[in-house]
Design a protein around this ligand. Sequence first.
Ligand code: BG6
Length: 486
Amino acid sequence: MDAASFILFGATGDLAKRKIFPALYNLYLDQKLPAQFTVFGLGRRQWDDHIFKANVAQSIHSFSRKKVEDPAQLEKFLESFQFCILDANKQEDYVKLRTMIETREQQLGAAPNRMFYLSVGPEFFEMIAEHIDQSGLGSESGWKRFVIEKPFGHDLQSARQLNRKLNETFKEEEIFRIDHYLGKPMVQRLEVLQQKNPVLQALWTNRYIANIQITANETVGVEERSGYYDKTGAVRDMFQNHMLQLLMMLTAHFPNNSTTEAVRFKKKMVMEAVQPLHPHQVSNQVIRGQYNSGSINGEPVTSYREEPGIANDSMNDTFIAAKLEIDDYFWRGVPFYIRTGKRLKEKSTRIVIEFKEPIKQSTGADIPVPNLLVFEIAPDESIFFQLNARDPIYKEQIKPLFLDFQVDSKDLPEAYENLIHDAWHGDATFFAHWDEVELSWKWVQPILDAFAANTVPLHLYEAGSFGPKQSDELLNKDGFHWWFDE
Ligand code: BG6
């Protein structure tokens, strides 16, 4: 693998501490980093290399998936870390950084391959890109990559503007937009599961599928992010990105051994086929909720409006459920129900595929429960298939039987390990292409407009529940219900 510099903006922040350093360490242990690499941590704090390394070590001890078994090995890993005090506004700081990076590259005899990783708020993206350009940091002969985290814009218009700006410095193929749901091992399995299993391929159509449910429920509330979250809400924070990415990954019909381009093309086709929401449909197809007080795992919790930093009349959405349809040959007529929210009963990210009941028509016999294929993405990974079988004791009874595959998530790489590894290799398959991002904003824009204009009711739901009852009604009126809400 190419030697390269990992240039981390926001190296003193929370994401770096919890996710990025542990991910780098696990990749190092798995020998998935280049033999020669340097991590340049950037931040405004008056840190030196010594303090920086101590912080990285601390983060690894606290958050790494694999525990530190050999302190000497950790020391060796930390030798590749350097700190540079940088104010993202100041051009002269980038010039200083450039000198530092060049010195190191010369010491190592390494090519100027540079991965700029922005673990900072989106308001800094344009400015940093511009300074990288002007300081010459990005104009060397090696490769350069610009890795950014969602949110990409605040709505369709601002996302387009941001993209135009970034394209002045970086080409589309140099921009790696992280959607960490695409790094989750179960989500990464979907492509191959479908490609390599003729049985699944055969079933993957409106001929056999009655409906599909995609859920990402969280127990946490707004946490310490009131400033960000109250301007963002569940639609922008989760739905426009993670939820629609899950939809694309599940429903795209990927060709065998697909290339990055093919995967992206198929995902784009899905988003293009999602029936647009007209403003008058929003109140029928979208449920907006906000958590009230309640209890989670026996602990009382306050309402959203009582959270520190949230206005007591905030209309922000902490829950959304939506129904949509993909108008293409495979999926026409299959309703998709997608929901996500905070302060719900349990942490659970899952996809449920509910199959139709063809037997019923042919035999007239009732079947007790439909066949279900379930992908559990979090907190633990599993895939199970619910079939119907004769009860071995009470033989007149038909009972569900589960074919179950489970993995202990401790044995699996974390999303950030997968994504940092791929970005380092220049593999953009599991990163969001601009086309997908733009189409996703386009689809949610009528929802954002309706929420802003308050033409959709805001339903308060009890913390610790499964969201507002109107979300159940969204399915009940089609004759379905959310599976596993118990
Ligand atoms: C982030 C959101 O993108 O995803 C958070 O900003 C949310 O609000 C988080 O809590 C959920 O991620 P995961 O991996 O815990 O499901």
